[in-house]
Design a protein around this ligand. Structure first.
Ligand SMILES: NC(=O)c1ccc[n+]([C@@H]2O[C@H](COP(=O)([O-])OP(=O)(O)OC[C@H]3O[C@@H](n4cnc5c(N)ncnc54)[C@H](O)[C@@H]3O)[C@@H](O)[C@H]2O)c1
Length: 255
């Protein structure tokens, strides 16, 4: 796959275990120019290591709840690139108490914060990206998990959040199709990352992957990166609005 000449903006790199990092590395290997954002200063030293390796066109701090941060990201896009071809939204958040407490105890504040960061930010980023994509079309990707479709013990409020994310992808794909902007969800099996470490049942879920999936292999960030690169290439120019599983076939299994 050749992505030379394409410009890819990536949200959600925390370190070199992040799924967003796996995607950025694969896009870069395919010849794309990349730029990425990081959430806050605490991540800076790890993000700088990633930048040293991947040599990004620019790196900007961006907390997606802060519209001035997002304004700055897209003013950099305008200054440095003038257009963008690929946008990767690989981020989510829920307060840890939502995963520890019963689902019925989810507070309105925690629900809103989870939805704002994990779902609304995709709509906001897609809206801001559209003016930079609409002349040449583009590809927007986000990341979901099968807990959106079936109950996954311990996933709790993230289940409804990912269901809303996958549904948003369909509505975005419908609306942005007129500009040849494709919007897709990647749904990997469990991957050991910073975000995954807050889920109490994570280790058990990894064991189930080995025992119960057709291919019996854990998903890697390279697997996700390779599929993302395909979806962002012209080979996938007719594919939009879908949820694509990269999970050793786990999603086809019953109990
Ligand atoms: N790890 C898994 O098993 C797995 C499986 C399926 C889907 N996912 C999804 O993949 C995506 C990436 O997660 P990951 O596993 O690579 O973990 P990660 O911790 O490496 O990445 C999560 C990112 O979200 C960012 N983030 C959180 N709140 C933010 C905010 N307010 N503003 C900006 N950024 C914010 C973090 O800074 C971090 O970079 C998430 O959507 C996650 O739900 C993960």
């Amino acid at each position: 796959m050749n992505l030379s000449g394409k410009k890819a903006l990536i949200f959600g790199i925390a370190n070199n275990r992040s799924i967003a990092y796996g995607i950025a590395r694969s896009l870069k290997e395919a010849g794309a120019d990349i730029a990425f954002t990081y959430q806050n200063e605490r991540l800076l030293s790890r993000v700088q290591k990633v930048d040293n390796e991947l040599n990004a066109s620019f790196v900007v701090k961006c907390d997606v709840t802060d519209s001035t941060d997002l304004d700055l990201v897209f003013s950099e896009v305008e200054k440095k690139w003038g257009s963008v071809d690929i946008v990767v939204h690989s981020l989510a958040f829920t307060p840890t108490n939502c995963l520890e407490n019963d689902f019925t105890k989810t507070s309105k504040e925690d629900f809103s914060q989870t939805m704002e960061i994990s779902v609304f930010s995709l709509i906001d980023i897609a809206n801001r990206s559209t003016p930079f994509m609409k002349d040449n079309g583009g590809s927007i990707l986000t990341l979901s998990f099968y807990g959106s479709q079936k109950v996954m013990t311990g996933y709790k409020i993230m289940g409804p959040a990912k269901a809303a994310l996958e549904s948003s992808v369909k509505y975005l794909a419908d609306e942005l199709g007129a500009h040849k902007i494709r919007v897709n969800t990647l749904s990997p099996g469990p991957v050991k990352t910073l975000a995954a470490s807050i889920f109490p049942n994570f280790k058990k879920t990894m064991e189930i992957v080995k025992e119960r999936t057709p291919l019996g292999e854990p998903t890697t960030i390279t697997d996700v990166g390779n599929f993302a690169t395909y979806l962002c290439s012209d080979l996938a120019k007719n594919i939009t609005g879908g949820t694509h599983y990269i999970d050793s076939g786990g999603h086809i299994m019953g109990a």
